[in-house]
Ligand binder design. Sequence first.
Ligand code: F6P
Length: 372
Amino acid sequence: MKSIGILTAGGDSPGLNAAIRAVGKSLINSYGDQVIGFRDGFRGLMENRTVRLDETALSGILTLGGTLLGTSRDKPHKMPIGGRILDMSDAILQTYHKHHLDALVCLGGGGTQKNALLLARKGLNIITLPKTIDNDVPMTEVTFGFDTALGIATEAIDRLHSTAHSHHRIIIAEIMGHNAGWLALGAGIAGGANVVLIPEIPYDVKAVAEAIRHRSRAGKNFSILAVAEGAVSKEFAEVTTATHKAKFKAANKGQKAEIKLRIQDLEHERTEHAIQLAKTLEELTGLESRVTILGYLQRGGTPSAADRLLATRLGTACAKMIQENVFGVMAAIRGDQVVPVPLEEVVGKRKTIPLDHAWIETALSVGISLGT
Ligand code: F6P
């Protein structure tokens, strides 16, 4: 009988409980193993805070949102402890060995893959599963959580249509996705948004205003914009790139610290981006503008059927990989298959939307403006 640890890390995502259940049930039922959950991601692992995941604990959780284990964004090698940032990897190794674990399963997004690789390099048997509503984990076709969030964002756009139409307004729906626009583009196409702005394509605000005026001239006095939270104007993108380059070239520590502060200011400016954009569009088009930030609604609640299925497929395949001693990998979706991908091939990349992706052509073909 093997002992397997499991944790969830990073932002939560619909389907986490379905995945925990799938890993746990197949390990217990098919292979006779025992499963220990660690609370609140890598912090709980470091602090040895456990939950016994037996059959009873794994029952009735398939449809629940969030994660029964709790989560955190703590990193093993950079953990805030008593006002200091410390490398706690050794404490994590101790917990792993204390429980005589044969493997540790980490459910998470891009950051979690990186932390998991770090622990794999220290000799732990690690397997990860890709979750995030942003769908930006590389080397897997899809991550669980995305489909649920896509449904929520699409429904929001549907609902915003009738009120935008009634009031002859521009309504901006700000959709999650700091670095990748999968959710905004997917929901924008599915919900029939008129403009979609994504981080991959810096926009020209004049082009956005023109797309809205074009609709007004055709008698459509309202517009819906699906805007990813990481979308930026061309000017903002240029300033950001130049600032990051300057940081790279900084001559000394003082200069670097100064530029870091400038980057923080830019990040702050970006958080108010949708509100600023609404004001500018109101000025340029003469149409009243409003903003709806969908925020955490997109991450909460029960997972869709597709996410439950995906999480269950990944979880059961992960249990099988453990039996086959396949470690240091992420279980990834490739067509009908779940395949192990070495963590080295996952870490350090981000799956953004390629500019020649079919969804971009699709959006343009139905007349959606991408702000260019
Ligand atoms: O789960 C991914 C994500 O939702 C991003 O789209 C978003 O920027 C981020 O998490 C925010 O999460 P938190 O506020 O929990 O750090």
